[in-house]
Design a protein around this ligand. Structure first.
Ligand code: FES
Length: 87
C-alpha cells in the first residue's frame, strides 16, 4: 500500500484510494476541495509519477512543475514524499 511522507510523519493509503484523508491527517489544510483556493498546495519531492495526472483545475492554477493541489490528487499507485507550508 502506498505511503505518504510529510516531514517526519507518514501514513498509508490503500492503492488507488483518494488520499484526501491521509493528507489531512498529516496536516494539509483544505478549503474549497475544488482546485480553486490553493490552500492545499503541496510540493512533491518524490513519487510524482505515482499520482494521477494533473487535473484541468491544476493545469489552470499557477503551479511549479513539482507542485500539486492535494485536493486534486485522486489516486496513488506508489509512495510519495511531500512538503507543505501552512498558510
Ligand atoms: S482545497 Fe482549495 S484548491 Fe485544494
Amino acid at each position: 500500500m502506498p505511503k505518504i511522507k510529510l516531514n517526519e510523519k507518514e501514513t498509508i493509503v490503500k492503492e488507488n484510494e483518494n488520499p484526501y484523508s491521509a493528507f489531512e491527517k498529516l496536516g494539509v489544510d483544505f478549503n474549497c476541495c475544488d482546485g480553486v483556493c490553493g490552500i492545499c498546495k503541496i510540493k512533491v519531492t518524490k513519487g510524482m509519477e505515482n499520482i494521477n495526472p494533473k487535473t484541468e483545475m491544476e493545469e489552470e492554477f499557477p503551479l511549479n512543475e513539482n507542485e500539486r493541489l492535494g485536493c486534486q490528487c485522486h489516486r496513488l499507485k506508489g509512495d510519495i514524499e511531500v512538503e507543505y507550508e501552512e498558510w
